[in-house]
Design a protein around this ligand. Structure first.
Ligand code: UD1
Length: 352
C-alpha cells in the first residue's frame, strides 16, 4: 500500500503531521507533496520543522493567485506526480484550494481519494472553503470525519455509510502532542491578561467597512486588556491598503505553532474567523468569539466554548465585556478529540 499525502496551506500541515507519523509507525510506504500554496517561511517552513514533518518529496511551488488560477496550477503540476508515483490512495486534508485541486486530479485518473476532515458544512456557499468541502467529499472514496455532525451531513448527501469513518479530530492530535512544550514556554514579555486575535477571511478583511468595524471593537476594549494580533499576510496588506490606524493593537508577524498554542492556552479570550482555532479553544476550554455568521464546526458551539458573534460590532463588544466580567461560556471536549485520530486513520488504511 502506497499512500500519497497532499498539503498546501498552514492548517493542512497541522492536520497531516499526526497522520504521517501514525502511518510511518504501521510501516506503509508514503509520499508527501507540498503544493506551495503557502510559501512564506513563517507560514510554511517553521511548521514543517516544529511539527517534525518530513521534507516533502515534491514541492509544486504554485504560490498565490486567483482561486481559478491557483486551483488550475495545482492540478497542472500535480497530475504528472500522480502519474509518476502511482499511489494506491491519495490523502487530502481540510478545505483549502490544494485539497479540492488534488481530489479532482485523482478522480480523473481513477486514483482513490481519502478526505481527512470530511463532512463539515457551513451551508454558506459564499465561503470558498465550503465549495472546496462539498466538491472534495463528493469525489472522495473514503471520508474521515472529526465529529458526528460530519457523518450526518454526508449521509444526507447520499454518501454510503461504509465509506464514512468517524475518527476524531487530527488537529487536536497535534495539539495534545505539543501542549506540554507550549505550556513550558516562558511568557516572553507577553502581558498577564490579553486577548488573542486572528482574522483572514476575505468576507472580514477584504472589505474596508467590515475590517474597520471589527478593529474598532478591539480598539474599544484595548484599554482594559492587551490585544495580541498575529497578522495573516492578506490582512496585513488590507490594513495598509485601507490606511487603518491599528496602533492600539499589538500587530505581530504570523507566529510558529508551539508559540501560538502557548498564547491560546494563556489567553483570556480568543477572537477569530479561523476554523481550526474554534476547535483548539474548545479543547483548551478558552472562550472563543468567532467573527462569522455561521460555522462548519457547530460542535464547538453546542459543546465547546465558541460563540458566533457574526458581523455585528455591538455583539462582539458585548460578548467581550461578558468575558472581562468573568461570565465566559464554559464547555466540554467533544468525543474522540483525544489525540489518537491519526492512529485510527492509519489502522483503517492498513486494513483497506
Ligand atoms: C487559505 C485557505 C483558508 C485557510 C488559510 C489559512 C483557501 C481557499 N483558503 O487562505 O481556508 O484558512 O489558508 O491561512 O485555500 N500570502 C503570502 N504568503 C503566503 C501565503 C499567502 O503573502 O505564504 C498572501 C498572498 O498575498 C495571497 C494571500 O496571502 O494572495 C492569500 O493566500 P491564499 O493561499 O490564497 O489564501 P489564504 O487567505 O491564506
Amino acid at each position: 500500500m502506497h499512500i500519497l499525502h497532499v498539503v498546501g496551506a498552514r492548517p493542512n500541515f497541522v492536520k497531516a503531521a499526526p497522520v504521517l507519523r501514525a502511518i510511518r509507525q504501521v510501516g506503509l510506504r508514503q509520499t508527501l507533496v507540498h503544493t506551495g500554496q503557502h510559501y512564506d517561511r513563517n507560514m510554511s517552513d517553521v511548521f514543517f520543522s516544529e511539527l517534525e514533518i518530513p521534507e516533502p518529496d515534491f514541492n509544486l511551488e504554485v504560490g498565490s493567485g486567483s482561486h481559478a488560477l491557483q486551483t488550475a496550477e495545482i492540478m497542472r503540476r500535480f497530475e504528472p506526480v500522480v502519474l509518476e508515483r502511482r499511489p494506491d490512495i491519495v490523502l487530502v486534508y481540510g478545505d483549502v484550494n490544494s485539497t479540492v485541486a488534488a481530489a479532482l486530479v485523482c478522480a480523473k485518473l481513477l486514483v482513490p481519494v481519502a478526505h481527512v476532515e470530511a463532512g463539515l458544512r457551513s451551508f454558506d456557499r459564499t465561503m470558498p472553503e465550503e465549495v472546496n468541502r462539498v466538491v472534495t467529499d463528493r469525489l472522495s472514496d473514503l471520508l474521515f470525519t472529526p465529529s458526528e455532525d460530519g457523518d450526518a451531513n454526508l449521509l444526507k448527501e447520499g454518501v454510503a455509510r461504509e465509506r464514512i469513518h468517524l475518527v476524531g479530530n487530527v488537529m487536536i492530535d497535534t495539539l495534545v502532542r505539543r501542549l506540554p512544550a507550549a505550556r513550558s514556554l516562558p511568557r516572553n514579555g507577553f502581558p498577564d491578561r490579553f486577548a488573542l486575535v486572528t482574522l483572514h477571511r476575505p468576507s472580514n478583511v477584504d472589505d474596508n467597512g467590515s475590517l474597520q468595524r471589527i478593529l474598532d471593537s478591539l480598539i474599544e476594549v484595548s484599554g482594559e486588556l492587551d490585544i495580541l494580533f498575529p497578522v495573516h499576510p492578506r490582512t496585513r496588506q488590507r490594513i495598509a491598503e485601507f490606511g487603518i490606524d491599528a496602533k492600539k493593537l499589538h500587530l505581530l508577524e504570523p507566529i510558529p505553532y508551539i508559540e501560538f498554542l502557548s498564547l491560546q492556552s494563556r489567553a483570556a479570550v480568543v477572537i477569530t474567523d479561523s476554523g481550526g482555532i474554534q476547535e483548539e479553544t474548545t479543547y483548551l476550554g478558552v472562550p472563543c468569539l468567532t467573527v462569522r455568521p455561521n460555522t462548519e464546526r457547530p460542535i464547538t458551539v453546542t459543546m465547546g466554548t465558541n460563540i458566533l458573534v457574526g458581523e455585528d460590532k455591538d455583539r462582539l463588544s458585548g460578548e467581550l465585556k461578558n468575558v472581562l466580567a468573568g461570565r465566559a461560556k464554559k464547555g466540554v471536549v467533544p468525543p474522540l478529540w483525544d489525540g489518537h485520530a491519526g492512529e485510527r486513520i492509519a489502522d483503517i488504511l492498513q486494513h483497506a
